[in-house]
Design a protein around this ligand. Structure first.
Ligand code: CTP
Length: 402
């Protein structure tokens, strides 16, 4: 495959040398196009030696081969890492003032951008708007990782690890499968929030990454996908219908509406089990006595158990997730087995969660249980790989399509 690797002017440009290595070692033909300013961080010699190809930045080099048109048109995949605030702005604005932005305008293949910048720049409304514009146009903009930045500062803005960028980029060009062709699939993702007052809510740490990976994988395999998205911190994938929800009640209604005509329902969302009995009309204030308010909670309906019991469509496959930490009453799997029997889903994906595990992380390790609690498989790897493994387990459960 012909890959164009664009490199922006960020200190993380050195990580792109590792990314280049990963891509060439996987057998791809990679042409590096560094921006002029990025050469302050990593020089042209590094890119040319590692790729075995010229690494030009200007439109006026090698004019006879009209590189600024040819490079973009002949690429099967474009990866930009690091994508700086300036580069995102130039790409969103449709500029073509160097070889990389010109190539971005002529490329018709999937484009992935991996941003890296200081947190303030990433969070600035101008950058948010540029990212939104690029995503609307189908560019896959990764969320930056959180952690130590160039100086003493920390926060979102780090370039994701080269392995993660390579996997996400290559997943964009995996030839579409068709074992879910024509099937209607509903995936819930993210975490519900239950309002306490106009500014506060009870919520959880789910990013929605696993649900988004499931929705993207189902779409790649040919399904019509409805993603019920509860407060995602990642972008929903292209090519799926997204219904945004906030609370459990909204999620329940959106999932049930879409489930009426669905072949598969996957409940990957972290659904709040409890909600405050009443939502205060005004911000709850300190009462001046130092006494903390008591919040009375009501139990939310169990959307997964309801669906598994009701089966709105004959032959429908219902999949649940179990986020478990293990405790004195049993380990992760023991809790998973009990939950599988209690919920009645055809498949329960048991996922160990806790600090650095499951929630908000890029990788996952899961065990798949059937409705009796018997193990039918395990999967480990990126959330995309886990998603593929879940669909591999779902497909044989589907009634034959006529
Ligand atoms: N779920 C649901 N409705 C709820 C709670 C959970 O549909 N009110 C679904 C989740 O989407 C997930 C599965 O049930 O697919 C298990 O969620 P989990 O939070 O692990 O389990 P709980 O039922 O909340 O059980 P517990 O908190 O006791 O572990």
């Amino acid at each position: 495959m012909r890959i164009l690797l664009g490199v922006g002017a960020g200190i993380a440009a050195y990580k792109s040398a590792l990314l280049l290595r990963l891509l060439t070692e996987a057998g791809h033909d990679v042409r590096v196009v560094p921006t002029r300013a990025s050469l302050e961080f990593v020089g042209r010699a590094t890119w040319e030696a590692l790729s075995g190809q010229p690494a030009t930045s200007e439109v006026f080099e090698d004019v006879p081969s009209v590189e600024h048109v040819r490079l973009g048109k002949s690429a099967d995949l474009v990866v930009v890492a690091p994508a700086t605030a300036d580069l995102l702005a130039r790409a969103a604005g449709g500029r073509s003032d160097d070889l990389l932005t010109a190539a971005l305008l002529t490329a018709r293949c999937p484009v992935l951008m991996a941003p890296a910048m200081h947190t303030e720049m990433w969070e600035h409304p101008a950058t948010r708007a540029n990212v939104a514009t690029l995503r609307e146009r189908g560019v896959h903009v990764l969320e930056p990782a959180s952690g130590r930045l160039t100086g003493a500062d920390t926060g979102p803005g780090r370039l994701p690890e080269p392995e993660e960028i390579a996997r996400a980029a290559l997943a964009l060009v995996v030839p579409p499968g068709d074992d879910l062709r024509g099937r209607a699939v509903v995936v819930s993702a993210g975490g519900t929030r239950e309002p306490l007052d106009p500014v506060r809510f009870l919520g959880n740490r789910s990013s929605g990454r696993q649900g988004v990976a499931l929705a993207a994988a189902a779409a790649r395999r040919g399904a019509h996908v409805t993603l019920v998205a509860a407060n995602l911190t990642v972008a929903p994938p292209a090519g799926v219908r997204t219904v945004d929800v906030e609370t459990t009640a909204e999620l329940r209604s959106a999932v049930r509406d879409a489930a009426a005509a669905a072949d598969v329902v996957v409940m990957a969302a972290a659904v709040a089990d409890f909600r405050p009995v009443g939502v205060a009309a005004h911000k709850i204030k300190k009462d001046g006595t130092g006494t903390a308010p008591t919040i009375e909670l009501a139990t939310n309906p169990d959307v997964l158990a309801e669906l598994a019991a009701e089966r709105p469509r004959p032959g429908q496959v219902v999949v649940g997730f179990a986020a478990e930490t293990g405790d004195g009453d049993g380990d992760v799997l023991a809790h998973g087995r009990a939950k599988a029997r209690r919920k009645g889903a055809d498949l329960l994906v048991v996922n160990e969660v806790g600090p650095g595990r499951g929630f908000g992380t890029a990788t996952n390790a899961v065990t798949l249980l059937d409705a009796r609690g018997d193990e039918v498989g395990t999967a480990r790897g990126t959330k995309d790989e886990v998603a593929e493994a879940v669909w591999d387990a779902v497909v044989p459960l589907l009634p034959r399509a006529d």
